[in-house]
Design a protein around this ligand. Structure first.
Ligand SMILES: [Zn+2]
Length: 227
């Protein structure tokens, strides 16, 4: 028995998503946030069943074409009902799908941005942010709103990472730091996710540069003596 022919909807969806994801990935690459072939982006195409378009694995994210995208299911596996050739999905597609399902994200950004890795190293229990105007761009309040961005240990097993993400998931905080690895940020669409990623990267650089002791103190404005 042959596989069913690709549906027009799957073809159109993948082409449109591929165009948007390629353009978006080029912006991140320009920022230096997708070095080598690292990082990946996804958009949610459907929820029943869950379907995401994810950037393909192993490609320079500054040079993606609209065809360098693959539709995956809730486990991050390529679905059979899409036009050939089907690129290999990112190994991290499974976590994108988990975030899309649990957080209801319409788009997920994953980047190996240095500030995120440094902040996770410094505050492995979570990075606290408060009283910063830029938090508004992250979907939170500029004042009196303590935001703790969760940190989880790195793993090559997306189920392990997904479980750790879900354990620490707070619906009000659209981001996850993976220690020694990078950052996941999500939003209702690619533009909102990008704005949040840009603002969060700024916030992480700020707390690192300001040398704020956020680890043991509930008040993130408590300064630690400089070494
Ligand atoms: Zn990664």
């Amino acid at each position: 028995m042959t596989d069913p022919a690709p549906t027009p909807m799957a073809t159109e969806d993948r082409d449109a998503a591929g165009t948007a994801l390629a353009a978006e990935a080029a912006r991140y690459a320009d920022l230096g946030w997708m070095r080598g072939t690292s990082g990946n982006l996804s958009v949610t195409l459907g929820r029943h069943p869950l379907r995401l378009a994810v950037t393909a694995s192993g490609l320079d994210k500054g040079e993606l074409t609209p065809r360098d995208v693959v539709i995956v299911d809730e486990y991050g596996h390529a679905t059979p009902d899409q036009p050939e050739p089907v690129p290999r999905p990112s190994a991290e597609a499974g976590l994108h799908a988990r975030i899309a399902r649990v957080a209801g994200a319409g788009a997920v950004v994953h980047i190996h941005v240095l500030a995120a890795v440094l902040a996770a190293e410094r505050w492995p229990a979570g990075v606290a942010l408060r009283d910063l105007e830029m938090l508004k761009g992250f979907g939170r309040q500029a004042h009196d709103d303590l935001v703790t961005v969760p940190v989880v240990p790195n793993s090559q097993d997306m189920r392990v990472l997904g479980d750790a993400f879900e354990d620490r998931f707070d619906p009000a905080t659209p981001a996850l730091l993976v220690a020694r690895h990078g950052l996941y940020v999500w939003g209702t669409d690619l533009v909102q996710a990008r704005h949040r990623a840009e603002c969060l990267e700024w916030l992480l650089r700020f707390v690192l540069a300001a040398d704020l002791d956020l680890g043991d103190q509930p008040d993130p404005l408590t300064r630690r003596a400089r070494r």
